[in-house]
Structure formats: structure tokens, C-alpha cells
Design a protein around this ligand. Sequence first.
Ligand SMILES: [Zn+2]
Length: 279
Amino acid sequence: MIDTHCHLTFDDFAPPMCSGGVPGVLARAKQHGVTGCITISTTTVDCEAALAIAKAHDNVWCTSGVHPLYSDEAPHVWSRMGEVARDAKCVAWGELGLDKHYEHPPFALQRQVLDEQLAFIKGWHSEAGRVLPIVLHCREAFEDLCPVLRDSGLDCTRMVFHCFTASDREMRLLLDLGSMVSFTGVATYTNARELHKAIALAPPERIMIETDAPFLSPHPHRSTRPCEPWMASITAGVIAQRKGMALPAFLRTINANTERFFGIRVPEVDAARVEGGHP
Ligand SMILES: [Zn+2]
């Protein structure tokens, strides 16, 4: 499996905060059967740093986009975002969307940047003659974001709602759109009962697994920062159990989903080198 959503450009993954830097992170991931990562962009400057990391490692890919909580970090140089997306190692847009959990940046600004970004993406698709999938950040804003996506003219089946932590109601909204869903370590928290009900609703062929590292370490590492991509193996184990699936079958399913959605090959596990996590 791979970690389909982490932020390797964050300071948490540079020495001395992180032993071995990004190569150390990738080595530890591999030991747990996590054979690659998609490092997710947050601004039109960060996307270039994400691409540099992706280009330096065979088993790392990146995305290009502006996170809603970075909406106020103007200027957003859309042409630069589009340039990064032309590289073969850039496999999606995002993360983009809406976040009502925090008061800043103001919702109106988030909405304006979202509209500009979606319009740019549509134009890029028609110019490039190909479509990249979209990684969505949606926190406490499903009622606002879903209609925007539905009316965008973009293909909602090529979108993933990342770090899903809401309830069965929101799960139904995204399933109705035809979108994918991905889960982080939050799904392993024993007190996340509403989320557990939502997980029960998600068909296995619509699920992907991620960490959102450096945030959201899974149980029992909840207080550990940084969360690292290897911890995606823990979340995969917990979701497999919740879905009543044997781990190998679950991993086959999420790997197929990841390959289909992002258009990449998930590197195979060298079983002899796996120390923990899954074989
Ligand atoms: Zn993220």
C-alpha cells in the first residue's frame, strides 16, 4: 500500500525534527509495507517543493493546489500550479475545498479562491486534453461544497474527500456525488462513533487510506508528532477490521482503488523486509 495523502514539504520532515529527513521517512514506511507516498500541496509555492520531492524519489508522487486554510496566502499563481501539473509525477489537483472549522481565512475568501481554482482546472483540462483527479479538503462544509462541485462541470467520480471524519449523513452526500473517500488515523480513535457508522456505509471500492502526516497520528500513537506515512498501515488494519475484511483482501482493494484513481502503480511489498504493520 501507499500513503495517499501526506505533507512531506512540512518542516516536521526535515532534520533535526525528523531523523533521516524524507529518505528516513520513506525507509521507515517501507519497513511497515507502505511502499510510497503522495505528498499533497497547500499553495502555489508549496506545489513546486512537493514536485521536487516527488522527482527525487521513484515512489513519491505529488499534487498541485491551494488548501482552503491557505486561501489568504496570496498571490495564488495559477499558472505555476498548472505548470507543476504538467509533470508526470504530479498525479492530482489539491488539496482544495472549504473549511468552516476555523474562522480564518474568512469563508467568503475561501469560496472565491475555490471558484478561481476550479475555473483554472477546467481550463487546464481542456487545454491539456487530459483530466487529473482532485483531492478535496472538506471540513464542516459539506452543505456548501457538494453543490459547488456538482455544478462545476468537473467529474465528481474523479474526486476524493480526504480525511473524512464526519457522520453517515455527509458520507451519503459524497457517495451520491460518486466520489471516493479516504480515511486517516482519526478512524482509529475509539471514541469516533459517528465516524464508525459512516465507515460502515462506504463501499470498499470507494475507499483509500492516508495519514495526513505530520498530523493525526493513529491510536495508539495519538500524541506523537510528527505522524509519519508508515502509520497508514495501522489505519489500513483498523478499517479492514471495521469492514469485516481480511487484511490482504482489503489491501488488494485499496491498492486497486489507488491505482485507478491516481493512475499510478503501487510498488510491491518486499515481504521479507516488513517488520511490522502488514505483510
Ligand atoms: Zn492534508
